[in-house]
Write a protein that binds this ligand. Structure first.
Ligand SMILES: Nc1ncnc2c1ncn2[C@@H]1O[C@H](COP(=O)(O)OP(=O)(O)OP(=O)(O)O)[C@@H](O)[C@H]1O
Length: 286
């Protein structure tokens, strides 16, 4: 399922003293099955954009085509259930939304809500409990007895259990330790590779380099770049001008270049950095 925005603008509280532009003439197309990173400063419009993916917000102007729906300012709130099943949004700290008495019931809630039978929902809940790296032994426990990291996994399992075609996540790994962060991102990568579209709002440029194949860069409600990670990170002066960072490996390669060791390829990930350094060493240049 591809996603297309055509000249989408969104204004908060129009006509009031609190009027504020959230999105400004945003146009792009995301291909089905992509892993798209959505980056930009605080207040650049990422959350506002994300909330348009399943019509939680509707454009003040312009039009969105997504999952067989066309959404514009006149779209009714009725009949959006199929859209919400196909396009799921996971907001920051989703564990704050847990509410059932047991872990299994919490994960099964989403599938049941979207029409799966009790047994199917339970089966899906067990499957996704394991997929997010938790043991079956926690299934009958209260989610509130578990650690913050485990609660996060349960909340995310609850969304992935009904297997939305498009999964949008706002900083899903915020506050997790490096291992938890990696496991979580690997889970989303695997989800994309099994035929889904993933959209990740992140401030972490290493995650963009490691996992995304497509990047949307927001600034002041406008889309200022839509390109591959390689293209986005290629122009260090453009990044600096827009107060955006680079991945750690790219920063390291820049430091090496300042010290006179110019790597042959533009490196973005640790793996690419290792390969480029090995090539230099083989050539006797490092
Ligand atoms: N509910 C709201 N009412 C009024 N203005 C809002 C509201 N939510 C966001 N805005 C404004 O819209 C603009 C875009 O905000 P948005 O939250 O989409 O940015 P963001 O890139 O997601 O930021 P962050 O990284 O902090 O989550 C900002 O100027 C913000 O102040």
């Amino acid at each position: 399922m591809s996603i297309e925005f055509k000249n989408v603008s969104y204004i908060y509280s129009p006509g009031s003293p609190l009027e504020q532009k959230g999105l400004d003439q945003v146009s792009f197309k995301i291909k089905e099955n992509s892993f798209t990173a959505l980056i930009g400063h605080t207040g650049s419009g990422k959350s506002t954009l994300m909330q348009h993916f399943n019509a939680l917000l509707k454009p003040t102007e312009g039009e969105i085509t997504i999952a067989g729906y066309t959404i514009n300012k006149d779209t009714s709130n009725k009949n959006l259930k199929q859209l919400r099943k196909n396009v799921s949004l996971v907001f920051q700290f989703p564990e704050s939304q847990l509410f059932e008495n047991t872990v299994l019931a919490d994960i099964a809630f989403g599938p049941k809500n979207f029409g799966y039978s009790e047994d199917e929902a339970k089966e899906l809940a067990l499957k996704w409990l394991k997929k997010v790296g938790l043991d079956e032994t926690v299934a009958e426990r209260s989610p509130f007895e578990l650690s913050g990291g485990q609660m996060r996994r349960i909340a995310i399992a609850g969304v992935m259990a009904y297997e939305p075609a498009i999964l949008c996540l706002d900083e899903p790994a915020a506050g997790l330790d490096p291992r938890g962060r990696k496991e979580m991102l690997e889970l989303f990568k695997e989800y994309q590779e099994s035929g889904h579209t993933v959209i990740l709002v992140t401030h972490n440029m290493d995650d963009v380099a490691d996992y995304a194949d497509d990047v949307l860069v927001m600034e002041g409600g406008k889309l200022i770049k839509h390109a591959t990670p390689k293209e986005v990170f290629a122009d260090a002066s453009w990044l600096t001008a827009h107060h955006l960072g680079s991945p750690t490996a790219a920063k390291f390669a820049q430091k090496l270049a300042q010290k006179g060791l110019q790597l042959d390829d533009e490196v973005l990930t640790l793996n690419e950095l290792t390969q480029a350094l090995k090539a230099k060493m083989k050539a006797g240049e490092a």
